[in-house]
Design a protein around this ligand. Structure first.
Ligand SMILES: C[S@@+](CC[C@H](N)C(=O)[O-])C[C@H]1O[C@@H](n2cnc3c(N)ncnc32)[C@H](O)[C@@H]1O
Length: 233
């Protein structure tokens, strides 16, 4: 309201109704898009094992990173696949989606800058030698094309858009913590449908599966919040 010079809620509401741009701005200011490369490094050791397992047992490994925020999560997946000798990176295809067009624009560029609150170099220290995947120019980090090639970005709303299908691994972290319970279940139903039987799901370390959907998953690693779709067959 301060930015648009609206003095009352009514005035701002009228502006909102007339202006699709303001609707976008409001959505962006409300969606929390904190993220990072290899956020919670211990979880990434678990993800490494899952990718190794999938890579050994089949040809193409389909991964969905949702929500991907500014792209650092799907690029971490791609870098991990490139970095680990037991994972065939050419067989890993990553779909990365988010509701925010701004976040997706940054993600597609693949350029990240260090700031007072973001230590990109430290985030990337999960890899022993990140300069194989990133070109660094001072405080600016550009993800190399070889890493970008495995990732496709697309806008997708986990509450309202149709579900996807055929994924071996869905990484859905740090969204449920901000979402009302009624939507959390809708989102997890969308994700469940997207998973192949026995497909893996990774949620955020502070998140839980809603009680109504617990029986649809078996626990792969409870501490790291890694689950598998379980059709009870
Ligand atoms: C905190 S970030 C999480 C990013 C990443 N998964 C991680 O853990 O670092 C949350 C993201 O959820 C996105 N988001 C919010 N509502 C959404 C929805 N209904 N569908 C898809 N993405 C959504 C926001 O735009 C934001 O980028």
């Amino acid at each position: 309201m301060r930015r648009t010079g609206s003095d009352t809620y009514g005035e701002y509401f009228d502006l909102l109704r007339e202006s699709p741009e303001e609707q976008e701005e409001l959505l962006d200011s409300m969606s929390i898009n904190v993220t990072g490369f290899f956020r919670n490094p211990d979880v990434w050791e678990g993800v490494r094992d899952v990718l190794r397992d999938l890579s050994a047992s089949q040809h193409t490994v389909h991964v969905w990173s949702a929500p991907c925020a500014d792209g650092r999560e799907p690029y971490s997946l791609s870098m991990l696949a490139h970095d680990d000798r037991k994972i065939d990176e050419s067989a890993v295809e990553i779909l990365a989606t988010d509701i925010s067009d701004d976040a997706l624009e940054t993600a597609r560029r693949g350029v990240y800058e260090e700031s007072r609150t973001t230590d990109i170099g430290e985030e990337l220290d999960f890899l022993s030698n990140y300069d194989r995947y990133i070109d660094r120019d001072g405080e600016c980090f550009q993800v190399r094309e070889s890493v970008q090639e495995n990732v496709t970005f697309e806008r997708h709303d986990l509450i309202n858009d149709p579900p996807k299908s055929g994924f071996d691994l869905v990484v859905c972290r740090n969204l449920f913590i901000y979402i009302d319970n009624e939507y959390k279940q809708t989102m997890l139903e969308t994700i469940l449908e997207a998973l192949r039987p026995d497909g893996y799901l990774v949620i955020g370390k502070a998140e839980t599966i809603p009680p109504a959907l617990k029986s649809a998953f078996s626990v792969h690693d409870g501490r790291l919040r890694i689950y598998q779709r379980d059709d009870g067959l």
